[in-house]
Design a protein around this ligand. Structure first.
Ligand SMILES: CC1=C(CCC(=O)O)c2cc3nc(cc4[nH]c(cc5[nH]c(cc1n2)c(C)c5CCC(=O)O)c(CCC(=O)O)c4C)C(CCC(=O)O)=C3C
Ligand SMILES: [Fe+2]
Length: 385
């Protein structure tokens, strides 16, 4: 058996020049006492109304103060290590977060102590946007600066490209939609609409998402989500032979009420669809890599209650999570980027119409909305090599 699985010669070196992979995520509370300090970490300097924070705290308390995100990252780490081992990719995998332990700076310090010098970074956010991309790059720069201040030799960090349109991300979503359709009562299945959801962000942040030439209404953020939604809807139609109406909608709005954020909200959309006579809806959270609190609360709790009130049958499809196809996609992204860094020609997988995303965020990509620009690592404007 093992002979059949032997990789192509040289696979063990396929990760060079990288000597480690860092899974970079958001972090979440692991018990009731963690909730308030976690929210303080998330919202420091971000101008979120106190009322909104109280409300979001309640979402966490409803689930015992435990965010599902850390367990899911642990499962993804296991899936990555298993996939790498099975494919003889000799690359240790580490995990660090923006807002909760294990904190990014601590993980990077440990990586330096282990002698890691050239680190590939996978963020658990698949799309362009300030929150999903540049903010992680700022976190990397801050952590590297902290290590530098401690007198440590700063490693090089390279962020892997956005994977929203990678088949290893999209195909599990398609399977999730097919499974959700099968869950719906048979008499409403054929007529079920698809509501693709993602995190709402301020309109201004959407308009300036992605490289400067992609700025404009909705920016790269909306364009990328629409492309994934269309790809998934097409694949579901090909599988089921049924053409279904679909729309990209939003969830988890935050911020001050007078600032415009992307709309419509999923709950308003369910109401509209019900008013138009839609028999059922599958909610497809394409904006999330795993079943975050936003999925458990905003979709499985709030939107599902709204649908029940309307008498509208709904199902929520699975996020990618630790799907082995996603783990394999991460390996492919590492090997692809490693080859590119070695100056070799690379084949880059991407479904849909946009093509593979860039390796290096150009200057002006996904700028922060407020305050002076902060240094960001792993981009064309990085202060680090
Ligand atoms: C685009 C996007 C993603 C998707 C990309 C990605 O996955 O990274 C994302 C992920 C996440 N957001 C999360 C949690 C929170 N986000 C908040 C606030 C905000 N998010 C924003 C955007 C995004 N957020 C924005 C524009 C704000 C307003 C404040 C600001 O401009 O920064 C707040 C404060 C309270 C509130 O305002 O809701 C919380 C608690 C968690 C953890 C969930 C868990 O525990 O399972 C995850 C994965
Ligand atoms: Fe968020």
């Amino acid at each position: 058996m093992s002979v059949l699985r032997d990789p192509a010669p040289g696979a063990a070196a396929a990760a060079a020049p990288y000597d480690a992979l860092l899974l970079l995520s958001f972090g979440g509370p692991e018990g009731p006492d963690d909730v308030v300090p976690f929210l303080e970490n998330v919202t420091r300097g971000r101008g979120i109304p106190k009322e909104r924070l109280k409300e979001v705290g309640q979402h966490y308390f409803l689930f015992g103060g435990v965010s599902p995100i850390n367990e899911q990252n642990r499962a993804l780490l296991d899936a990555l290590r298993k996939d790498f081992a099975e494919n003889s990719l000799d690359l240790p995998v580490y995990w660090g977060n923006r807002n909760w332990a294990p904190y990014l700076t601590d993980t990077l310090r440990e990586m330096v102590a282990d002698g890691r010098r050239r680190i590939a970074v996978l963020a658990t956010s698949a799309y362009a946007s300030y929150s999903g991309c540049r903010q992680y790059r700022e976190n990397l720069a801050e952590s590297l600066a902290a290590l530098e201040a401690e007198g440590l030799d700063v490693p090089r960090v390279d962020k892997l490209r956005h994977y929203f349109n990678h088949p290893g991300f999209v195909r599990p979503v398609v399977d999730g939609v097919l499974a959700s359709l099968a869950e719906l009562p048979e008499d409403v299945r054929a007529g079920a609409h698809l509501a693709f959801t993602t995190h709402s962000i301020p309109e201004a942040a959407a308009d300036t998402s992605g490289p400067v030439e992609e700025h404009g209404e909705g920016g790269a953020y909306v364009r990328e989500h629409l492309d994934v939604a269309r790809t998934v809807a097409d694949a579901v139609r090909a599988e089921t032979g049924v053409e279904r109406p679909w729309r990209l909608v939003y969830q988890s709005r935050s911020g001050a009420p007078h600032i415009p954020w992307l709309e419509p909200d999923i709950c308003d959309h369910l109401e509209t669809l019900h008013g138009e006579g839609a028999p059922a809806v599958v909610m497809v959270p394409i904006g999330f890599v795993s079943d975050h609190m936003e999925v458990l609360y905003d979709l499985d709790t709030e939107a599902t209650a709204k649908a029940a009130e309307l008498g509208l049958p709904v199902a929520r499809s699975a996020t990618v999570g630790a799907d082995p196809r996603f783990a394999a996609a991460v390996r492919e992204l590492v090997v692809e980027r490693a080859a590119a860094e070695r100056g070799l020609p690379v084949e880059r997988c991407a479904l849909g119409s946009l093509g593979p995303s860039h390796d290096l965020c150009p200057v002006g990509c996904c700028p922060a909305a407020r305050g002076a620009a902060r240094p960001a690592a792993a981009g064309a404007d990085s202060p680090y090599a």
